[in-house]
Design a protein around this ligand. Structure first.
Ligand SMILES: N[C@@H](CCC(=O)N[C@@H](CS)C(=O)NCC(=O)O)C(=O)O
Length: 206
């Protein structure tokens, strides 16, 4: 039994996309705004599953795991697919891009939300974010996907960190258009990823 907690309008989207891309049957429990009430049953249930109190959380036959990337890498290892190549170097690349997305992009995204009322600070953070994204743009200059010709967990994990299914192929809460900020390769790649059936489907989920 697979059960995934967290609304698709949150970081849980990354793991919902992983379940969808793997074609697995699962139950979706779309905890979201209801978590703001500290006394709600959902809040208590979530805190009992994840001491951090965050979504996503995955339950798999009694095994509980949290952190979106850990969930995705666990699913990748558990359920064989073309998205998870067998050799150690390809997997190393997938770890590299997955951790890069979390440490270099996702954390900065959080910080910039907190600074959104300070125009100067936000401008500096946005410029720094675009500079970091140019690393990804460069890596995609001569290749369709991060590991070559086919979509893998590297693309899934990075693209779903940059753009949730309801963000229409734009980057994070600022809705940056990669082409407008001078990142054309990243823009083409992100469109390839977010045009996938899974992204289109998950955009309609609660
Ligand atoms: N690093 C974590 C971040 C999880 C996270 O921050 N989740 C947010 C939703 S986007 C959340 O649960 N917020 C509700 C809360 O903290 O009460 C991951 O990738 O799983």
């Amino acid at each position: 039994m697979l059960r995934l907690y967290g609304t698709s309008k949150s970081r849980a989207a990354r793991s919902i996309l992983a379940l969808e891309e793997l074609g697995l049957a699962y139950e979706h429990v779309p905890y979201g705004k209801d978590l703001r009430n500290p006394h709600s049953e959902h809040r208590k249930r979530l805190n009992s599953l994840n001491p951090n109190g965050h979504v996503p959380v995955l339950e798999h036959d009694g095994f509980v795991i949290w952190e979106s990337m850990a969930i995705n890498l666990y699913l990748a290892e558990t359920f064989a697919s073309d998205l998870w190549p067998a050799d150690a170097r390809s997997r190393g690349r997938i770890y590299q891009w997955s951790f890069w997305a979390q440490t270099e992009m996702d954390r900065k995204d959080w910080e910039s939300v907190r600074r959104s009322a300070d125009a100067d600070a936000l401008k500096k953070m946005t410029d720094a974010k675009i500079l970091t994204l140019s690393i990804l743009d460069h890596a995609l200059a001569d290749t369709k996907y991060l590991l070559g010709d086919s979509f893998t967990f590297a693309d899934l994990n990075v693209a779903s960190t940059l753009s949730q299914p309801n963000e229409e192929g734009r980057i994070d809460w600022q809705r940056l258009d990669p082409n407008e900020v001078g990142l054309p390769h990243l823009g083409d790649w992100l469109r390839r990823c977010t045009n996938r059936e899974s992204w289109q489907r998950v955009a309609r989920y609660e």
